[in-house]
Write a protein that binds this ligand. Structure first.
Ligand SMILES: [Zn+2]
Length: 397
């Protein structure tokens, strides 16, 4: 049997979560857990079965809690995605685990990280869609078809299991071998790191371009690391809320770290430009950064749009679950670019970059599945508690 945290959505809970706006995520998550309204249940289920010959069983060693998972649990994620998941599912898509079966190119017993996207190859859809055929399986059109139920990724699919359990199944094309000298806490950062590398590759970043990263949680910090490793960006400014985020951002290669209310003024000083003050709403820049990465999961989008230079680019990293005033996108002729999951080269490059010293200590809170309420509460307040990444160790009691 498989001890698993299973997600069940009831429409009432979903609507309650969506309409309770104005509450901070951490507070709401804690409140929902205390009131026993959480859509998660800890259950014993039969082990998931490989749906095809090139699938194998994986025993998760560590499985991270992602901002998108917290959005899911608190009902903040857009209903848009409900069409591409299947219920009930086990969350958890940031996984390092042990492979329990022999697969093409991977021996039983290998330590592996999971590329969670469930594209045409995993689904046995042939011929593949245009996205998968060109190596961009994150753009797969067939995520509701083929050998397994609907699910954009492992962690949103009823048939594959997920990382927040003691067993999942994965297609060999989703798995990458972990080198022996990369420990489990570093390896569980590989998936979010691959996403960050993909994000900085979504846009052309000219040499010495000025860059702003809004947010210094996992996504923001890894974006800074990816910018330094894979682009020739010039100054990288980071908006951070907590002192430990400031230190980690500087260690990852940030030029300067500012608070959100000082971002426009700091950028004006650094990049030139004029500060404009509207009757209502935040001040903005005429001038500003060449490229802005929104890494807060939505709350920073409005600010990001206000400090990109005319003709500049704003990249949506992470799931944008709040609306923003799009007037600057129109008035400043901005490029708005989405960045979802990872493309072909990103996992090998992330496995190489995962050795980077600034990453050490990012996973500093590890919980057994039985303490899932504490784990979710901790992850919801991670920034305030001085933590970057909270993870489950599903086989610990
Ligand atoms: Zn596809």
């Amino acid at each position: 049997m498989n001890l698993t945290l299973e997600y069940h959505r009831s429409p009432v809970r979903y609507l309650a979560g969506r309409t309770a706006t104005g509450t901070r995520l951490g507070t709401r998550a804690a409140g929902m857990l205390a009131a026993n309204l959480s859509p998660l249940r800890l259950l014993n289920r039969p082990d998931p079965r490989p749906p095809g010959p090139d699938w194998g069983r994986v025993r998760p060693l560590l499985s991270g809690i992602c901002g998108s998972d917290l959005g899911l649990l608190t009902g903040r994620n857009s209903p848009y995605l409900s069409a591409v998941v299947s219920m009930p599912f086990t969350p958890g898509h940031e996984v390092v685990g042990e492979l329990l079966d022999d697969l093409p190119g991977l021996a039983k017993g290998s330590r592996v990280v999971l590329d969670p996207v469930l594209g045409c190859a995993a689904r046995g859809v042939d011929p593949p869609c245009a996205g998968c055929a060109s190596g961009d399986r994150q753009r797969c059109d067939h995520i509701t078809a083929g050998a397994v139920s609907a699910g954009l990724q492992t962690g949103y699919c009823a048939d594959t299991g997920g990382g927040w359990s003691r067993m999942l199944v994965a297609h060999f094309s989703q798995l990458h071998q972990v080198p022996d000298d990369l420990d489990d806490p570093a390896a569980v950062m590989v998936e979010p790191l691959a996403c960050a590398i993909h994000t900085v590759r979504r846009v052309e970043i000219p040499e010495n371009a000025s860059v702003l990263v809004v947010g210094a949680g996992t996504v923001g910090l890894l974006t800074v690391l990816a910018l330094r490793a894979h682009t020739k960006a010039g100054p990288v400014y980071v908006v951070a809320r907590y002192p430990h985020q400031r230190e980690r951002a500087l260690a990852a290669g940030a030029t300067e770290v500012v608070s959100s209310d000082r971002a426009a003024r700091a950028l004006r000083r650094a990049t030139g430009g004029f500060l404009a003050t509207p009757d209502r709403g935040a001040e903005y820049l005429l001038g500003g950064a060449d490229v802005v990465f929104e890494c807060t999961g939505g709350s920073g989008l409005d600010a990001a749009l206000r400090v990109a230079r005319a003709g500049g680019t704003v990249v949506l990293s992470g799931m944008p679950n709040r609306s923003a005033d799009l007037t600057p996108a129109w008035f400043r002729e901005l490029h708005l670019v989405g960045a979802y999951a990872t493309g072909g080269r990103d996992f090998p490059d992330a496995l190489a970059l995962a050795h980077a010293p600034p990453l050490s200590g990012y996973v500093d809170a590890i919980y057994p599945l039985s303490r899932w309420r504490d784990a979710i509460g901790h992850a919801s307040a991670a920034g305030r508690l001085g933590t970057v990444k909270v993870a489950f160790a599903p086989h610990r009691d």
